[in-house]
Design a protein around this ligand. Structure first.
Ligand code: FAD
Length: 374
């Protein structure tokens, strides 16, 4: 069996590992456009529940991805007032370490990885492979090339984000500032002993008032340092291909075409604010491998089964992500003044945590808030 995987991100690499282990005789080739060790962004979170769901597929891989920094608490900070809360455990990795780990294990399993190889499959080339996977991320050219078959929908978010890093150690934190320019938000989280994420998010009006559209990447970074100076306490922000961007919410009406399937962000996205895109992508890989194995690697049958079984689960997860996006995109037009109310709203925003759950985990926080309301 010959398999071509376009894109060496978490989806493509994890699929390659588990598929090669399932069918050692298969030839699996991953084509990745970036040079080895080069990627965008900083650290990505991996929840304990995500690790639990993925571990049976490749225990050694998940052990390697959960061996680093972990957090059990987060801080919601409104205008300098911090509310620490208990949350489910999350594991963090630098994105480049996560990819290096996956790549090392894939190569050990016998997968062939070609870097600086920009793939663009056409209809006629599909016939050269038994299976082709478009795992080429949110801006997937595979999805665009075969758009008439996948029928994608791509919705642009209304907020602007820039993904920076900083040396200041942060627990997972949401930092909200009501400023003269409007609401300023940052998502921070330590992902190694030395580095934290610091993703800045603002609504369109604040983006315009601050003139970010006319600033170079370095000027934007310097302005964000000043806007969040009280939180950063002098620590500089750092860039890693960190331009302003608006999130794309991707979904596809159809998931496969002939022997071609999309997985990961190429197929469907969640949102950075739910911190789950990596595991969402890796779960696609597991569902796909299981569906193909269940069909004894009959690609046509396996791909249909993949869509039938995975789609309802993925749709439910995307619906939760949509609620998170709506909450974030609503923030710029609101004024939140109570730090605990902010914390409660934040944790309940996707509908997956109830007030009762939050109250059980964070009794003191909630009792203080309920006292304030009386
Ligand atoms: C600000 C921000 C914060 C985030 N934080 C988190 C987090 O905390 N936790 C989490 O789980 N997720 C997070 N995510 C989401 C996560 O990064 C993605 O959901 C995840 O990487 C998707 O994996 P993927 O393999 O589908 O795509 P990608 O990781 O994007 O990989 C796709 C790969 O394909 C390659 N490629 C593209 N086109 C071609 C081509 N034509 N030929 C060859 N190669 C190609 C790209 O170079 C890339 O390496 C965050 C995202 C953002 C933007």
């Amino acid at each position: 069996m010959n398999i071509l995987v376009i894109g060496g991100g978490p989806a493509g690499l994890f699929f390659s590992i588990i598929a090669k282990r399932a069918v050692p005789a298969a030839t699996i080739e991953v084509r990745e456009q970036n040079p080895e060790g080069v990627t965008y962004g900083w650290g990505v979170a991996f929840s304990e529940s995500a690790a639990g769901a993925l571990r049976p597929a490749a225990p050694d891989v998940i052990d390697a991805l959960t061996a680093g920094i972990r957090h059990d608490r987060m801080v919601l900070s409104l205008d300098g007032a911090d509310v620490p809360v208990q949350v489910g455990r999350s594991h963090l990795n630098a994105r480049w370490s996560l990819l290096a780990t996956l790549e090392r294990i894939a190569v050990e399993a016998g997968v062939r990885i070609e870097h600086e190889s920009e793939a663009a499959v056409t209809e006629s080339e599909l016939a050269r492979w038994d299976l082709v996977l478009g795992a080429d991320g949110v801006n997937s050219r595979t999805r665009e090339h075969f758009a008439e078959h996948f029928l994608p929908s791509v919705e642009l978010g209304s907020n602007w984000l820039a993904w920076y890093g900083t040396r200041k150690p942060y627990p997972p934190s949401i930092i909200l500032r009501n400023s003269e320019y409007g609401v300023l938000m940052a998502h921070a989280s330590g992902f190694s002993a030395e580095m934290s994420n610091f993703t800045v998010e603002v609504g369109q009006e604040t983006f315009d008032r601050l003139g970010f559209a006319d600033l170079a990447e370095d000027e934007s970074r310097a302005l964000c340092e000043r806007l969040f100076a009280d939180s950063l306490a002098g620590a500089p922000l750092r860039s890693n291909h960190s331009p302003w961007f608006r999130t794309k919410f991707v979904s596809c009406a159809r998931w496969t075409h002939r022997n071609l399937a999309l997985i990961g962000d190429a197929l469907h996205t969640v949102h950075p604010s739910v911190g789950s895109g990596t595991r969402f992508a890796m779960r696609d890989a597991v569902y796909l491998t299981e569906a193909l194995a269940g069909a004894r690697w009959d690609v046509e049958v396996g791909l249909k089964e993949f869509e039938r079984v995975r789609k309802p689960v993925a749709d439910a997860f995307q619906a939760a992500a949509k609620r998170s996006i709506a909450w974030y995109e609503g923030l710029p037009s609101r004024t939140i003044t109570h730090p605990t109310k902010f914390a409660i709203e934040y944790l309940m925003r996707t509908g997956r945590v109830s007030y009762r759950d939050f109250r059980r985990e964070n009794r003191d926080v909630v009792l203080g808030y309920e006292r304030d309301l009386r």
